[in-house]
Design a protein around this ligand. Sequence first.
Ligand code: MV4
Length: 477
Amino acid sequence: MRALREMSIGSVAVYSDVDRHALHVRMADEAVAIGGAQSSESYLVAEKIIAAARATGAEAIHPGYGFLSENAAFAALCEAEDIVFIGPPSSAITMMGSKTAAREVAKRAGTPIPPGTESALSGAAEATEIARTIGYPVILKAAAGGGGKGMRRVDREEDIEGALRDATSEAERSFKSSEVYIEKFIVRPRHIEIQVLGDMHGNMIYLGERECSVQRRHQKVIEEAPSPFIERHPHLRREMGEAAVAAARAAGYWNAGTVEFLADERGAFYFLEMNTRLQVEHPVTELITGVDLVKWQLRIAAGERLSIQQEDVQLRGWAMECRLYAEDPDNNYMPSPGEITALALPAGPGIRLDSGIYQGWTVPMEYDPLLIKLAAWAETRDEVVARLIRALEETHIGGIRTNIEFFLDVLADPEFQAGDLHTGFLEAWFLRRKGHQFSDAELATARAVAELSAREGKAKTPAVTATRSKWKEVTLR
Ligand code: MV4
């Protein structure tokens, strides 16, 4: 809506019953009520969104990043109704929505994929045979999946049959498709993703990478750009960038998208999946490239040509984002909705806030309780960490519990500051602390990872510390 305002385009918000007083409704020029608090009665009902566009004369729909943003049927409905879907063509969403089809596309484009299959496994016999060829560990994944559901890591042949049964039934339950495929399991990987931007006329560029290895239960909590790993292996930036563009091109993609890769410790990288939407963490890319991704989404959707060439994309400095959530650190970071009774927000050099809250607003319990994306920019990674710590210390959100203290702890961690990240980083980090509850699976991963880290003897003194010194008053005598 900020991009629209700057471009002198009107905006219309849609809202559910509990969102009547939400910030996005206040910020829009017009707003349309679309039904019940349950998203299945409002934000997920394609026909209601289309009706809201019709009623207000809206020409285009920005699907955001949750709900219908990667729903091919919704994009196709917009196409059929002659309403512009601000995103890729529905055909590309369909293609990337099937993880096996996406693997096929990537393979055809010459983008490296983990060894494995591009079609559904016929049964345990086939799975065993392929696992023997590619070697253990392997991972079984739901073709219609993503986000960790319907996935099983398998380390030994005797576990294949049971794991396939579990993955298949979970896939069927979660996605109404029991199709499962197999991949070589990449050990201790980093999650590195490439932002791409393409127009309808065949032009496409990549805008560097983001590293999102700091995740918990497949939820990202800290994202940064550039990637500390790629800074150490700079040739990878271009290789991954070109591989990402090749895969997106092969899918007939346009608008903003993200190609996810896993990178192993040796620097080999593998295509994982493509996110066919704008992502939550897009601000860090905007901060280091100076490119407004949302404005480009709008221009591209209007049929404009991309005027930025690959050589024009220059990365400057470092950016990092923390996702501030309403969650209770004393209750295993469970959602902690409620009324925001006080609010002090950070500002000053290099700080960007994408906030959805205000004092007096009540965080509803029906949705993901993301409150604010706090992003910082500075010349170097050390400076950006210090700046984020400073900004978090300026922040006060009263009336609800938040994960602010958690970020102060992670940002002060020596391994984090050294940029020694991998997708098991947070589990290992939590294991180093006391008083937290974990699932058996989390504990097993964390133990393995902690063992590896200990063996490599990584712990150092932090370069930047969170002082959080008590305020003191001095009286002159
Ligand atoms: C993998 C993998 C290792 N090897 N695939 C997790 C979510 C889904 N998008 C893919 N995921 C993974 N796929 C192979 N061949 C490890 C993960 C994974 C992961 C990936 C990215 C970020 C965090 C993760 C946490 C656990 C497992």
